[in-house]
Design a protein around this ligand. Structure first.
Ligand code: NAI
Ligand code: AKG
Length: 425
């Protein structure tokens, strides 16, 4: 196969190269053939759109957006849409590939995609965001579809944006098509349990890993970076399991309480303050928010952005366990340092796959025209996550590799086997 030792790449890494360097190692472990390797390293489709939007003050701004479909070999492509001022094409390419691996790890019948729009949603009105979301939907009308490519929320987007997308798509088709998007409000066909699904999967992964490491959750401490959808739910569900959360953070700073943060109070505060923790009195503001990552805790959950654990701080990490709520929070160059320190990492493509798993349930329910109970959603999602964790753990033992490389091996193996049966290239 065409595997080559990746050239050393410096932090800040290109996220796509970062993804590829892990893919290369896993491909070599599997002895992946050249043809499949070459197909999988290239995204199937990359669309760049420019959308002129009338702002509230009457001016017109042109926004750039992307949709990258990495693979559809396992089924329609699936993946969130990110609204962020720093989003860029290679990041979306990496995120799309991670979706392919993630869906394969949890064994759901989807390929991978991701979208992004360069914008700062915190400075835009709801009306401007609605116009932008509708324009993006129209620009990608031939890409999206319940059997083609199914978006969902990611950073900076949530049920509100998914509702606009569903409505715009449905209008162009002349009928209601709720299965074109997941993460919708419940009343539009959203699934019970989707909002907390990614955080729940993080909690399930953390519990499974703690068991392997012989850690008692009720005697363990944790720090959580990011207090949005994933971080706040992961914090809440770990807190409910008795884990003492010593630190949480968001874009406004990191907050520390030696005696443990009351996560219910933190969530209540955030909800009452435009989604931000700024001014939260239940913890002290840390002088440097980056110190959260190297603080003295047992479990670290990066649940914000990419490349926060790098060669600059990896050797200072004190946690025994890292559970990656975010996509790509650890740079490829930091993997070796973390591994040498004996820290167990539950990688993103496993740890945060609870979200897409319940998105899959939402799509299934929409297509059935039927609603599942929360108990059913939770029980099925937890079973899928636990099975995936055990499969990845067993693979890591079999190949004597980290959980991250094991997760890639599980995923690439499934995709490669599918290609073998389907043929076609
Ligand atoms: N929403 C979902 O279902 C899924 C999200 N993810 C990933 O989880 C991560 C977070 O996504 P969401 O929670 O949905 O986004 P979100 O937009 O709901 O929240 C992001 C949070 O991170 C904080 N943040 C941003 N930059 C930060 C920084 N430099 N330091 C500390 N905090 C920072 C924000 O203030 C906010 O609290 C992303 O990597 C996303 O791709 C992964 C799987 C599914
Ligand atoms: O729920 C989904 O379909 C995708 C969520 C997502 O974007 C992710 O897992 O990174």
């Amino acid at each position: 196969m065409a595997y080559k030792e990746p050239a050393p790449i410096k932090d800040k890494e290109n996220p796509f190269e970062s993804m590829m360097s892990r893919f290369n190692i896993a491909a070599e472990c599997l002895g992946l053939d050249d043809d499949t390797y070459n197909v999988l390293k290239s995204p199937a489709r990359q669309v760049i759109v420019n959308m002129p939007i009338t702002m509230d003050d009457g001016s017109v701004r042109v926004f750039e957006g992307f949709r990258v479909v990495h693979s559809t070999i396992l089924g329609p492509s699936k993946g969130g849409i990110r609204y962020d001022k720093g989003v860029f094409l290679d990041e979306v390419k990496a995120l799309a590939a991670w979706m392919t691996w993630k869906c394969a790890v949890v064994d759901i019948p989807y390929g991978g995609a991701k979208g992004g729009i360069i914008c700062d949603p915190t400075t835009m009105s709801a009306a401007e965001l609605e116009r932008l979301t509708r324009a993006y939907t129209l620009a990608l009308i031939d890409t999206f579809g319940p059997d083609q490519d199914i978006p969902a929320p990611d950073m900076g987007t949530g049920p509100r944006e998914m509702a606009w997308l569903m409505d715009e798509y449905s209008k162009t088709k002349g009928m209601t098509v709720n299965s074109v998007v997941t993460g919708k409000p419940l009343v539009l066909g959203g699934s019970l349990g989707r909002v907390e699904a990614t955080g729940r999967g993080v909690m399930v992964s953390a519990m499974a890993a703690m068991e392997k490491l012989g850690m008692d959750p009720t005697k363990s401490t944790a720090a959580i970076q990011g207090f949005g959808n994933v971080g706040s739910w992961a914090a809440k569900l770990l807190f409910d399991k008795g884990v003492k959360i010593l630190a949480v953070s968001d874009i406004t700073g990191a907050y520390w309480n030696e005696n443990g943060i009351d996560i219910d109070a933190a969530i209540e505060y955030k909800n009452a303050h435009k989604g931000r923790l700024e001014g939260f009195k239940g913890a002290e503001l840390m002088a440097d928010p980056g110190d959260l990552l190297t603080s003295k805790v047992d479990v670290l959950v990066p649940a914000a952005v990419e490349d926060v654990i790098t060669i600059a701080n990896a050797d200072k990490i004190q946690a025994r366990l890292i559970v990656e709520g975010a996509n790509g929070p650890t740079s490829a160059n930091a993997d070796k340092i973390i591994n040498e320190k004996g820290i167990m990492v539950v990688p993103d493509i496993l740890a945060n796959s609870g979200g897409v798993t319940v998105s899959y349930f939402e799509w299934v329910q929409n297509r059935l025209g039927y609603k599942w109970t929360l108990e059913l959603v939770t029980e099925r999602a937890e079973r899928i996550m636990t099975d995936a964790f055990e499969k990845v753990y067993a693979t890591s033992q079999k190949y004597n590799v980290t959980m991250r490389i094991a997760a890639y091996i599980v995923a690439i193996d499934k995709v490669a086997q599918t290609y073998k049966f389907r043929g076609g290239f």
